[in-house]
Design a protein around this ligand. Structure first.
Ligand SMILES: Cc1ncc(C[n+]2csc(CCOP(=O)(O)OP(=O)(O)O)c2C)c(N)n1
Ligand code: SF4
Length: 287
């Protein structure tokens, strides 16, 4: 996708997201790609909360707020209904947070991938349960402070590899993205929309409120995540992983950590250990 091809139409606008919220931006860009022929399923989380203040309605397409655990089950059902009516031209889209995806919604997602109906599942990954006060989720990175893993509490575990988990289901298409690389993200959404089966995209969305940085720095934080190797832009298709962007010069992970408050309790030795771990990683899908 090229910049000049991006639609000027805004099908998601004026929500109550915090200033600088990248989750809201991810949704806005998703709708620019998919257009009005889309229906959305959104579970409990920031997006449903900031989008459902009666009588305000930032979604200009049909949207259902779904029970936390049931996003992907609802996608299967809606997609089956459209198939029966011969309306497979309609994009059936789930837009769920990391907690709603990697923890409470993972069973429904697994079952829905197995069922094989056509849908796009987008996990907006702000790396914690933000809406309820920044609790740790299965996608919180190791070492990040949350209200359930306060500073110096290292009982937390590494971030779950959701891309690999959905890939192991034999999903036709899956990808990781970052809001700071909008054309890469939009190209992946477009690609998913053309696949006649279940698809999964996990987009990293820096959260000023939960990560601890100024609202005008969300895009910069996302770039630092990718350029330090803390986050990778990948695709899984035809049974194989590949990278869609490789930074020319890797930036030190310390720079990324220093730009936000959630990692400030890490000692220099711990930062070095994380840097070594990043440096030792092989090609995607190689371990
Ligand atoms: C079954 C159930 N448990 C807990 C909640 C409370 N709850 C609402 S939103 C939320 C956090 C969602 O976190 P995440 O999915 O990561 O999305 P984010 O808030 O970060 O956008 C929780 C725990 C709920 N609505 N339903
Ligand atoms: S807490 Fe984070 S994800 Fe939620 S609305 Fe605010 S900036 Fe967006």
């Amino acid at each position: 996708m090229k910049l000049k091809e991006v639609s000027k139409e805004e099908l998601y606008r004026c929500s109550y997201g915090c200033a600088g919220c990248a989750s809201v931006l991810a949704l806005r860009l998703t709708l620019k790609v998919l257009g009005e022929n889309s229906v959305f399923v959104v579970p409990a989380g920031c997006i449903s909360t900031v989008s459902a203040y009666y009588p305000q309605a930032p979604f200009f397409v049909p949207m259902t707020v779904m029970a936390f655990a049931a996003t992907a089950a609802a996608l299967s059902g809606i997609s089956a209904g459209f198939k029966r009516r011969g309306r497979e031209d309609i994009h059936v889209v789930g837009f769920a947070g990391d907690g709603g995806t990697a923890d409470i919604g993972i069973q429904a997602l697994s079952g829905a991938i197995d069922c094989g109906y056509k849908f796009i599942y987008i996990c907006y990954d702000n790396e914690a349960y933000m809406n309820t006060g920044i609790q740790r989720s299965g996608l919180t990175p190791y070492g990040a402070t949350t209200t359930t893993t306060p500073g110096r509490c290292f009982e937390n575990r590494p971030k779950k590899d959701m891309l690999r988990i959905v890939a192991d289901h034999g999903i036709p298409y899956a990808a990781t993205a970052c809001i700071s690389y909008p054309l890469d993200f939009m190209r992946k959404v477009e690609k998913a929309s053309k696949i006649n089966g279940p698809t999964y995209i996990q987009v990293l969305v820096p959260c000023p409120t939960g990560w601890g940085f100024a609202p005008d720095r969300a895009i910069e934080l996302g770039r630092m995540a990718v350029e330090s190797g803390m986050w990778n832009l990948l695709e899984f298709e035809n049974g194989e992983f590949h990278t869609t962007y490789t930074p020319r010069h890797k930036r030190p992970v310390a720079e990324y950590f220093e730009a936000q408050t959630r990692f400030r309790q890490l000692s220099p030795e711990q930062v070095e250990a994380i840097q070594r771990e990043i440096d030792s990683r092989g090609a995607p899908g190689s371990s």
